[in-house]
Design a protein around this ligand. Structure first.
Ligand SMILES: *[C@@H]1O[C@H](CO)[C@@H](O)[C@H](O)[C@H]1NC(C)=O
Ligand SMILES: *[C@@H]1O[C@H](CO)[C@@H](O)[C@H](O)[C@H]1NC(C)=O
Length: 169
């Protein structure tokens, strides 16, 4: 009878682990309620302060909400220089969802002349996979595979303990 309870617990444990791995991509609103705007002169670092409080993971998304403005992804050199002549990514539709599809740094600036210089820019660091799951190699299917492997290695162990305490071994 106790074995049933145990199987039930193992099942729940494994389902929870699967759940946390699969539902880990999040969407963040850049600047929270303020959106993507030119910062006040006394708060020109607001976007990097906002970003530094988050732990971005691969496949998370960030949403920029703005009026007559734009979002660009640029190189680190162009970020430092506020140079908007060679964007890697550009959008000006007012509601830009950008997927963080790899680990490392993303450099965002406003493409409107003078806005980046006034602090409408942001560096996002996306954590490497190693920092979240030790055995995954990038995408979600392989991460959840890793979770089920660790679960299936726990099951025989638990069965052994149960069998022993039941006097079968
Ligand atoms: C910046 O100045 C504005 C008004 O000019 C004020 O409302 C705001 O509280 C100030 N922010 C900080 C962080 O000092
Ligand atoms: C921006 O980058 C381009 C290409 O590297 C360069 O030709 C241009 O001079 C740069 N502009 C500024 C303002 O730094």
């Amino acid at each position: 009878m106790k074995t049933n309870v145990l199987f039930c617990m193992i099942f729940i444990f494994c389902s929870l682990q699967y759940f946390t791995v699969v539902v880990h991509s999040l969407e963040y609103d850049v600047g929270d309620t303020k959106g993507w705007v030119v910062p006040q002169p006394n708060a020109s670092n607001i976007y990097n302060e906002w970003a530094s409080k988050k732990r971005f993971q691969i496949d998370d998304s960030i949403r920029f909400k703005y009026g007559k403005d734009s979002v660009m992804v640029v190189s680190d050199t162009d970020y430092k220089a506020c140079n908007s002549t060679q964007p890697i990514f550009f959008s000006n539709n007012g509601n830009t969802i950008f997927k963080l599809d790899r680990s490392g740094y993303f450099y965002f600036i406003s493409g409107v002349s003078g806005h980046c210089e006034r602090g409408q820019k942001m560096i996002i660091k996306v954590l490497a996979v190693e920092e979240t799951s030790p055995s995954g190699d990038g995408n979600t299917p392989s991460s959840s595979g890793a979770a089920s492997i660790s679960c299936s290695s726990i099951v025989p162990m638990v069965l052994f303990v149960v069998a022993r305490s039941a006097g079968l071994l």
